[in-house]
Design a protein around this ligand. Structure first.
Ligand code: PLP
Length: 395
């Protein structure tokens, strides 16, 4: 028996374990220090009441012979696919229910989608970015080419004709930078993909944080995208489903490569390797798309957005360079005084008892940058920003 030795090519990620160790060591030596964590990438508010009501009712359905559900359709129940279709339609992205595949979250589908692509494809990944895009390709033995995401391009790289690609990853609003592509920029990517016969894997996990009407929430708002893009979305950050698990992947019928429909390939992949998301979870998700559900989840999103606004406003007042914070729960700032990401981490922990995430952990171009998140509570966010102001004014 031989192992998949590609796994040995993965770089060990010590990012979150190193952060945890540094916090523990600091707290041990400074027992009274009230450390505020602005590094968390997980939500903190509970599920909406409407979601909980629907979840309870679905549990009762499972207790009654007449409403009990066994295996469901692998690609998701019609009631949820229709609800997702109508949600996209509400902001101008026209889809058919059969183009929508319900999953247990964006992460699994971002990894699984690679099943339907030939190993020889050239993969383009922005740097820095959500690490899953890179690692899932390394596991399969693919070489990945990076495209620079940096201060000069506002952490929103545009197509570069000199870098050939067959599979292109884009994430907007971006994790970790919080930067959001404009319609014009996405048009450039779509036109580029159409021209080179490439497929775009578009991750819109933070789409619900976009409030600016001019910014696209889905790549399907761009003409031509239904012939070149697959979109991955999730209720994790939209409706607090990080522990409940539900996502949706859109594979339009217009995606035809070498005469083969990608929708058909993905359907075959899912029906063979996946047995669907639990009925009760799909019923919980359905409630997210009702009028009351939307009202309730918006209140939670607005809570996080206000935290982001408070952070961004503080950085504005201090003259610190950053991206994100306006249509995204992430704020990506330049470390003070030319510090490296980890030097800045230590400095903030020591001098202000604030924890964030060193940008270098998301790729080489993240060096010298730092990620703060809006998923904490209001009181702590305000307190952390007061500390940051005092620290900066002291310096
Ligand atoms: N895509 C991005 C950009 C993310 O930041 C995350 C989670 O942090 C995911 C996908 C994963 O989402 P899910 O919880 O649906 O697997």
């Amino acid at each position: 028996m031989k192992i998949n030795s590609n796994y040995l090519n993965l770089e060990e990620s010590y990012l979150f374990s190193t952060i945890a160790r540094k916090i523990e060591e600091y707290q041990k030596e400074n027992k009274d220090a009230k450390i505020i964590r602005l590094g968390i990438g997980d939500v903190t508010l509970p599920l909406a009441e409407e979601v909980i009501r629907s979840l309870h009712k679905a549990v009762d359905d499972m207790a009654d012979k007449s409403t009990f559900k066994g295996y469901g359709p692998e690609q998701g129940y019609g009631f949820l696919r229709d609800a997702v279709r109508d949600y996209y339609g509400s902001y101008g992205a026209k889809l058919e229910s059969t183009e929508i595949f319900i999953s247990d979250g964006a992460k699994s589908d971002l990894a699984n989608i690679l099943d339907i692509f030939h190993i020889d494809n050239r993969v383009l990944v922005p740097n820095p970015v959500y690490p899953v895009y890179l690692d899932t390709n390394i596991m399969l033995g693919r070489n990945v080419t990076f495209i620079d995401s940096n201060m000069e391009n506002g952490f929103l790289p545009l197509p570069d004709e000199s870098i050939p690609a067959d599979i292109i990853y884009l994430c907007s609003p971006n994790n970790p930078t919080g930067a959001v592509y404009t319609r014009e920029a996405l048009e450039k990517w779509v036109n580029y993909a159409l021209k080179c016969n490439a497929v775009i894997l578009f991750d819109s996990a933070y789409e619900s944080y976009i409030v600016d009407k001019d910014l696209p929430r889905s790549i399907y708002e761009i003409e031509g995208a239904k012939s070149c893009a697959i979109e991955f979305n999730s209720l994790s950050k939209t409706a607090g489903f990080t522990g409940t698990r539900l996502g949706y992947t859109i594979v339009p019928h217009g995606l035809v490569f070498e005469g083969v429909s990608l929708n058909k390939l993905w359907l075959r992949r899912q029906t063979t390797k996946f047995n669907g998301v639990p009925y009760v979870i799909q019923k919980a998700a359905e409630a997210v798309f009702t009028e009351e559900g939307q009202r309730e989840i918006r209140a939670n999103i607005e809570y996080y957005r206000e935290n982001a606004r408070i952070i961004a406003e503080t950085l504005d007042s201090l003259g610190v360079w950053y991206t994100g914070g306006k249509n995204s729960p992430y704020i990506w700032l330049k470390a003070f005084d030319g510090m490296t990401s980890w030097e800045f981490f230590d400095y903030l922990l020591r001098e202000a008892n604030i924890v964030g995430t060193p940008g270098a952990g998301f790729g080489a171009n993240g060096e010298g940058f730092f990620r703060l998140t809006a998923f904490g509570n209001r009181e702590n966010t305000i307190e952390a920003m007061e500390r940051l102001k005092r620290l900066r004014n002291k310096a």
